[in-house]
Design a protein around this ligand. Structure first.
Ligand code: ADP
Ligand code: NG1
Ligand code: MG
Length: 487
């Protein structure tokens, strides 16, 4: 067994003696009258920068949170699946399991899927991976403390925990990179065409650092964050379930269509293949700055009608629907291509700037420095203060772009960003948006004051929240490790 976080196997460790896990085991005993065989833990994440660009093939910079999904599991001899939750508001579910084709995910357009469908996504993916060769049924008990539908990736933690539990239950190998890609594919059964950031950080995260995640092939490189920077998460109190509307998929397909038009306009015959904005950049051999100029030149209109796109791509409407659109976006008739593509190329460039500043600081020794947090501030605090300011400005620019070009913010998110700015704290929406959380970059020495200000101005004055409830909604983060199996 491998219990070293650098190794590519999901680490297996002894069950820790903590209250939450103790409670989970007790509830498992009550529910199933048995002891669980093992428990998996998969963290949520906060994305520091690089929003809505993973599905365009560009690198992102998330870190894993302390909040997670736990699943306690027991193998059973009959090929049956029991799915239960420690929180009784989530309905129980039972099914027989034979083949992945039998697992039907409820994904009705414009309706919020029942929670257990996320578990079924993970199981369906695992069955597919195992070619339906399974030996055991499973009893699952889920317990989560990631605020759901809030951009902190509770859905992917749930899908990934289910997939990992099922694979481990069948004694299948659990290689981090492979299972991260498998879980990214599996979550698409819910109906959203995500890019893979969430599942990647869920498995590849390391304690004390963010990860620079690149796709095709999937890789994660640790990025040391500035020692005096704390990333604070604050909930806007607006939830947004991404599978319940076509907002998310609409952005994905607008990017696909923008990429296709850019390729066509530059004489790159890509046939009927879906290409991403990053593939087009590679095909054209241009820099991000050149791509930004090209978008302004080629995709100059504010709105493109469906029939115009069909004409430009020489496709019938049926072909366009079948090849490029998703079931929940086929009814759309207007697309914003310039705005979405500009956001993507500019955001990809902000990720590179952010990472290179962190790397420079790391060379100067002004970043988090390992397990005991010891720091040597090699180059004096002025440099790191200036760098923090530049990092913050990149985050503010990201929010502005998400709000104005990508149109995925929410009035509460904008309000949080605005009141943070009044305190000279830069922040941005994190995750898909339309609600959920902001992530703010706050100098370490100002975290307490900043959080108190948010509690007062946002949660108490603006939202009328009871002060005792507020700790669930605003917290400072420390980068956590990825998925673990406890037994
Ligand atoms: P997020 O930004 O949190 O990933 P999504 O809209 O993608 O938001 O997914 C949220 C959904 O995941 C919830 O509506 C719920 O169905 C499911 N979910 C998340 N956490 C839990 C949990 N602890 N127990 C049951 N279901 C959960
Ligand atoms: P959320 O909704 O925050 O879990 C989604 C996508 C990510 C990424 C972000 C936006 C899924 C599972 N997740 O995250 O891949 O595209 O939005 O950056 O689709
Ligand atoms: Mg999600």
């Amino acid at each position: 067994m491998c219990n070293n976080t650098k190794c590519d196997k999901v680490p297996v460790k002894e069950i820790p003696s903590d209250t939450r896990i103790g409670n989970l085991i007790n509830i498992f005993r009550e529910e199933y009258d048995a002891e669980p065989d093992f428990i998996v833990k998969v963290p949520g994440r906060v994305n520091i920068i690089g929003e809505h660009i993973d599905y365009c093939g560009y690198p992102v910079l998330p870190l894993a949170l302390e909040q997670d999904i736990l699943i306690a599991s027991k193998k059973i001899s009959k090929l049956e699946l029991f799915i239960r939750n420690s929180d009784k508001k989530y309905r129980k579910y039972y099914t027989q399991i034979n083949t992945f084709e039998d697992i039907v995910i409820q994904s009705e357009p414009q309706s919020k899927p029942e929670w257990y469908n996320y578990v079924l996504c993970g199981i369906k993916g695992a069955l597919e991976y195992l070619n339906n060769e399974i030996f055991y049924g499973m009893q699952f008990l889920v317990d989560g403390n990631i605020p759901p539908a809030s951009g902190l990736s509770s859905s992917s933690a749930l899908v990934s925990a289910a997939c990992l539990s099922f694979l481990h239950g069948q004694d299948a190998p659990t290689n981090k990179t492979e299972i991260a890609s498998l879980c990214a594919r599996s979550e698409r059964y819910i109906g959203t065409v995500g890019g893979g950031m969430d599942q990647a950080i869920a498995f590849l995260a390391e304690k004390y650092s963010a990860q620079y995640i690149t796709f095709r092939p999937l890789k994660a490189e640790p990025v040391a964050l500035p020692e005096n920077a704390v990333f604070v998460v604050a909930h806007s109190l607006a939830e947004a379930n991404k599978a319940a509307t076509n907002d998310f998929n609409r952005r994905v397909i607008e990017c696909r269509l923008a990429a296709k038009l850019l390729a066509e306009a530059n004489g790159q015959a890509t046939g009927k293949r879906i290409v991403t904005l990053s593939e087009v950049q590679t095909l054209l051999g241009k820099s991000l700055e050149e791509m930004i100029a090209l978008v302004k030149e080629v995709l100059f209109k504010n709105v493109y009608m469906k029939h115009e796109i069909c004409d430009k791509l020489n496709l019938t409407e049926t072909e366009l629907n079948d090849i490029y659109l998703t079931p929940n976006t086929r009814n759309l008739t207007e697309f914003k291509l310039k705005q979405r593509a500009l956001h993507v190329y500019e955001e990809a460039s902000r990720v590179e700037s952010f990472r290179s500043i962190c790397e420079d600081l790391s060379k100067d020794n002004t970043t988090h420095n390992g397990r005991n947090g010891s720091v040597t501030n090699g180059n004096g605090s002025a440099t790191s203060f200036d760098s923090l300011h530049v990092l913050g400005e990149l985050m503010s620019a990201s929010h502005k772009s998400l709000k104005e070009l990508y149109e995925c913010s929410h009035e509460n998110l904008d309000h949080l960003v605005d009141i943070s700015k009044q305190m000279n704290v830069h922040s941005r929406l994190t995750g898909a948006g339309w609600g959920g959380c902001i992530v703010a970059l706050c100098p370490k020495e100002r975290v307490k004051e900043y959080i108190e200000m948010l509690i007062d101005k946002f949660y108490i004055q603006y939202c009328n929240i009871d002060k005792n409830q507020v700790h669930k909604y605003v917290f400072a983060t420390t980068p956590n490790h990825g998925a673990i199996i406890y037994k």
